[in-house]
Design a protein around this ligand. Structure first.
Ligand code: AMP
Ligand code: ZN
Length: 465
């Protein structure tokens, strides 16, 4: 197996990756909180994780990928204060929290399909694993790591001596940060809720019975419980955005290691932020929030332009979103597509051989902590090389397993095929007859074939991915 180097937040070093067990690599990526659309910043993180997974597959590993859907209990503040995001979303839209979760989960899955992000092997909703979360809290209670205050059961961070091992911050700095959102009953500012009680005077839409009374789980416990439930002892790699280092992932480790007595995930990888001009982070709570739909699809720009744009900045560097960045990614992707189209035109047979030399170059850069800017340079080097046209095509198609840019299915002309038009018409009919499930199914079929259908006031619009 070739050497794969990954930057591990735990050790702050690039380390050689080795799977814990040879049968498969367990990969857990923290999924969306489904109270609103994902913004393109969130999607940058999912693209980075997709590249990681594709690189592991490209190296011939088997991967079991688990992603959670946070459909409960994530409060607007990281430290268990503020409103419940799901119930807030429900109030905003006049729908139930369950409807909100379903609607935005579907929207998220559509976004990732538009970006050619491979779906996880297991999707897991927090609300489907409440008993496992309760069990884990009980285990923490059994070893004396919890305490009860008026609004819930809390984790006592002073009990876990390695609490800052992921963040590398000293506890004073962490506690200072945590003090911003104050709960005077907590023993330490960094302590966090494991189980929150339902308020006595209001009925929550999402609440469960527990040994401590009716309530709902704290945000962090779902990822500890579900990663162990679905990956068992294949706790190889855990990912998220850098904002998860200090609180969410730190707390996941604190909840898991004292109970199992074992290391909770060997590798922790974190993607840097997408910022808007001026270095401000794109965030759901700000009005700088752009979705894939309004920043790309509605403007007739293929979402793959965004995927391509994200390759131009290494995942551990901040990326800036601007009109100029979109335009240069559009030009870059169109140029690459034209280069591949021209190879298609020139090649007479389809029996090209993958060039071992260029494949090795490509592997060397992607295995060096996912260096996609250099991978794009190797793609250009291959295209400009003197190897046979057919071999070039075979090699680029092979690279596309990592790139996921549909380079292996470029049409000669930009016309919508009749088969897609038929599916669009069938979907139109389904919507007229209010058959919403069929309409969703047809939209997914159209998407699988590389086209995106949009519902507009003046009818349906179709664009190529
Ligand atoms: P959330 O739905 O808020 O839990 O976030 C989903 C993922 O997006 C998490 O892994 C976050 O760390 C990540 N994320 C949030 N904001 C940004 C951003 N501006 N750029 C990149 N990733 C982000
Ligand atoms: Zn998580």
């Amino acid at each position: 197996m070739p050497v794969i180097l990954l930057y591990n937040t735990l050790t702050r070093k690039k380390e050689e990756f080795q799977p814990i067990h040879p049968d498969y690599i367990g990969l857990y990526t923290c999924g969306p909180t489904v109270y609103n659309y994902a913004h393109i910043g969130n999607l940058r993180t999912y693209i980075f994780e997709d590249i990681l997974k594709r690189i592991l597959l490209y190296n011939d590993y088997k991967v079991k990928h688990v992603m959670n859907i946070t459909d409960v209990g994530h409060l607007t503040g990281d430290r268990d204060m503020g409103e419940d995001k799901m119930e807030k979303g429900a109030a905003r839209e006049g729908r139930t929290a369950w409807d909100i979760a379903e609607f935005y989960t579907k929207a998220f899955i559509k976004d990732i399909r538009c970006l050619n992000i491979m779906e996880p092997d297991t999707w897991c909703k927090a609300t489907d694993s409440i008993p496992e979360q309760i069990d884990l809290i009980q285990s923490l209670e059994d070893i004396g790591f919890t305490y009860r205050i008026s609004d819930g059961i809390y984790y006592d961070t002073s009990r876990f001596k390695d609490y800052s091992k992921l963040s590398h911050q000293n506890l004073d700095a962490l506690q200072e940060g945590a003090r911003v959102e104050k709960n005077i009953e907590k023993r330490n500012p960094t302590d966090f809720a494991l189980w929150k009680f339902s308020p006595a005077d209001t009925k929550r839409q999402m609440e469960w019975d527990s040994p401590w009374g009716k309530g709902f789980p704290g945000w962090h416990i779902e990822c500890s419980a579900m990663s162990m439930k679905f990956l068992k002892d294949h706790l190889d790699i855990h990912c998220g955005g850098i904002d998860h280092i200090n609180v969410h992932h730190t707390n996941e480790i604190a909840q898991s290691e004292p109970v199992t007595g074992k290391k909770f995930f060997n590798f922790w990888l974190h993607g840097e932020f997408l910022n808007i001009k001026g270095g401000k982070k794109m965030a759901k709570s700000e009005d700088n929030f752009l979705t894939l739909e309004n920043a790309f699809i509605n403007r007739n720009i293929s979402p793959l332009v965004y995927r391509f744009a994200s390759f131009l900045t290494h995942y551990r560097k901040p990326m800036e979103h601007s009109e100029d960045a979109v335009e240069s990614a559009q030009n870059g992707l169109a140029h690459l597509q034209n280069q591949v189209r021209s190879l298609n035109d020139k090649s007479s047979e389809s029996n090209g051989k993958i060039s071992e030399d260029y494949k090795e170059k490509f592997l060397n850069v992607v295995n060096d902590d996912l260096n996609m800017p250099r991978a794009l340079a190797v793609v250009q080097e291959t295209l400009k090389s003197s190897i046979r046209t057919e071999d070039k095509l075979a090699t680029i198609n092979d690279f596309n397993r990592v790139l996921g840019l549909n380079l292996d299915r470029l049409d000669k002309e930009n016309v919508i095929p009749d088969s897609i038009k038929e599916l669009v018409n069938a979907r139109k009919k389904a919507r007229e007859e209010k058959k919403w499930a069929l309409s969703d199914e047809l939209r997914n079929k159209i998407l699988e074939q590389g086209y995106i259908v949009q519902d507009k006031k003046d009818g349906m619009k179709v664009i190529k991915k």
